[in-house]
Design a protein around this ligand. Structure first.
Ligand code: PEP
Length: 253
């Protein structure tokens, strides 16, 4: 099955509104030749930079995502943002369960699942992150960890909803470390995720789900990674913070 490539830049806690606008203004002409039928290009700024970036991408082939969303519609949840708030701004995608959220902010498969359901109900397109720690890979627990994250994070989803979800496989040991999984290791793991999705939701849904690789992806390794049969794009941290490096990565992928 052919799946459209999706390259998303996770800006993390970088870029003020003015800096985000400048980055998008520089990126737009560099990626204007990328046909939206072939690849989705997404940038995911901080909450405070979203509005400026949504304004700056108008008329271009760049889409905008947020880095998290709360599950409640509204209420006493200081510091949180609802799906309706993101939708109203014009946000299209949302990253959920990033390993930094799991590691530093106590995110669990259960809270990822609640956020996922709220995002889908509001019409946002979720990018659900999964991935193992170095110690888990070295002790042969990768598949078990991924199975638990997929089973918990995607619990109770209908087939129709699952068809709208993107999975990002991000080995934690490769994020921001400069260590990339080899294309063979990444493909083997993506294939495991694909098989698990097929088992959970049926082949007609599982084969259509886009699975991004994330973890020190850059222009130099993007082509080989995305050439693998089950790697459908990338979730990019460091290399998405500059227009020239992100554009080069997108073109190579
Ligand atoms: C990420 O944070 O999702 C990520 C993949 O970061 P980096 O590309 O910097 O490893």
């Amino acid at each position: 099955m052919s799946r459209k490539v999706i390259i998303a830049g996770n800006w993390k806690m970088n870029k003020t509104a003015a800096e985000g606008k400048a980055l998008v203004d520089a990126l737009k002409p560099l990626v204007a030749d990328v046909c939206p039928d072939v690849a989705d290009i997404v940038v995911c700024p901080t909450f405070t930079t979203l509005a400026a970036v949504i304004d700056a991408v108008k008329g271009s082939n760049i889409k905008v995502g947020a880095q998290n969303v709360h599950w409640a519609e509204s209420g006493a949840f200081t510091g949180e943002i609802s799906a309706a708030m993101l939708k109203e701004l014009g946000v299209e995608y949302v990253i959920l369960g990033h390993s930094e959220r799991r590691q530093y902010f106590g995110e669990t498969d259960e809270t990822v699942n609640k956020r996922l359901k709220a995002a889908l109900a509001a019409g946002l397109k979720p990018i659900v992150c999964v991935g193992e720690l170095l110690e888990e890979r070295e002790t042969g627990k990768t598949e078990k960890v991924l199975f638990t994250q997929l089973e918990g994070g995607l619990a109770g989803l209908s087939k129709e909803d699952m068809a709208k979800v993107v999975i990002a496989y991000e080995p934690v040991w490769a994020i921001g470390t400069g260590k990339t999984a080899t294309p063979e290791i990444a493909e083997e793991t993506h294939n495991y995720i694909r098989c698990t999705l097929n088992d959970m939701f049926g082949k007609e849904i599982g084969e259509g789900v886009r699975i991004q690789y994330g973890g020190s992806m850059k222009a130099e390794n993007a082509k080989e990674l995305v050439a693998q049969p089950n790697i459908d794009g990338g979730l990019i941290g460091g290399a998405a913070l500059k227009a020239d490096s992100f554009s080069a990565l997108i073109h190579n992928a």
